[in-house]
Design a protein around this ligand. Structure first.
Ligand SMILES: [Fe+2]
Ligand SMILES: [Fe+2]
Length: 302
């Protein structure tokens, strides 16, 4: 089932793409006169009830949340990959090294995003509330079926590819440091998307049809849980924007911003993955009918 990718070639690609945090962060600073997140994900430009400066501030809050949220989900991806690697550490050497490299890169990304968050808050000037804490979110997700967790991870890894190629790569307005973080992250995530495809295929083959159904049910449960957390993040972002701008929005304006931002954040973390052709193809191969089922959900997260 894993004929498309090999551990050996992915290991080689990950070694070629590997970078150090110090090389991309040290001595660099964020430019707060520029947007951080591409408009396709931020959806702040159309908010006519906000001034241009307020829209920029909301975009930067969303950018901060974007990398914070990646760090948050990587807190569960790291132990998930380690747990998957551990029972066969003395088997295929390429497999062991590729999976440990995957885990090591996620540990590095968690570290990078924590350092980014500190740098952001120092430069931004007012606090930005974020969902969490990460260890509790991670424990709640890891309580689910491993195949379900693998499917969620698969969704996240392919979604990252889509964000970069469709929205980030050709955006020349965004802050250069923020763009470089996304570009470096993408370069390593490419291998994660392939490795997680292999993990999901291995777990699906081991679990058989009943195991696949259990995994899919838990994938849906985790996605619903994440959606609830994202709706909390929208409320935190609204509060951060009011604190940063000093403007308290009218109930009507706040509701209008909330509606747009709820859809924006749903598209960012759920809709963009649910429409990814690779994600749908893999899910449909493992569990025939998944493509139609998942595609039917996508409009609610568009
Ligand atoms: Fe990552
Ligand atoms: Fe990853």
């Amino acid at each position: 089932m894993t004929q498309h990718f090999s551990y050996e070639s992915i290991l080689k690609a990950s070694q070629a793409a590997n970078w150090k945090i110090e090389d991309i962060l040290d001595g660099k600073s964020l430019d707060f006169s520029r947007p951080f997140l591409p408009e396709a994900l931020a959806r702040t430009n159309g908010l006519a009830m906000l001034s241009p400066k307020e829209r920029l501030i909301l975009n930067q809050i969303r950018g901060c949340g974007y990398l914070y949220t990646f760090g948050l989900v990587e807190e569960f991806i790291l132990p998930f990959v380690v747990d998957h690697a551990r029972p066969a550490l003395h088997g295929d050497d390429n497999r062991t090294r590729a999976l440990l490299q995957f885990a090591g890169e996620e540990a590095k990304h968690i570290h990078l995003f924590k350092r980014f968050y500190q740098t952001f808050i120092e430069g931004f000037g007012t606090p930005c509330g974020m969902i969490g804490p990460a260890d509790q979110v991670s424990a709640a997700i890891l309580a689910h079926d491993p195949l379900g967790i693998g499917m969620v991870t698969l969704h996240i890894e392919w979604m990252t590819q889509k964000h970069y190629t469709e929205s980030v790569r050709d955006d020349h307005d965004m802050d250069p440091l923020f763009k470089s973080l996304l570009s470096n992250h993408w370069a390593e995530e490419m291998q994660h998307a392939m490795l997680d495809t292999m993990i999901v295929e291995e777990l699906a083959a081991a679990g058989g049809p009943d195991g696949v159904e259990r995994g899919f049910a838990d994938f849906m449960k985790i996605a619903t849980m994440l959606d609830g957390a994202l709706m909390q993040q929208v409320e935190l972002d609204l509060a951060s924007m009011e604190a940063a701008t000093g403007r308290i929005l009218s109930a009507e304006d706040k509701e209008a911003v909330r509606r747009v931002q709820q859809q924006a954040i749903r598209y960012t973390y759920l809709g963009s993955g649910l429409t990814h052709p690779q994600f749908l193809a893999i899910m449909d191969r493992i569990r025939p009918g998944s493509r139609a089922e998942l595609s039917g959900l996508a409009p609610a997260f568009s």
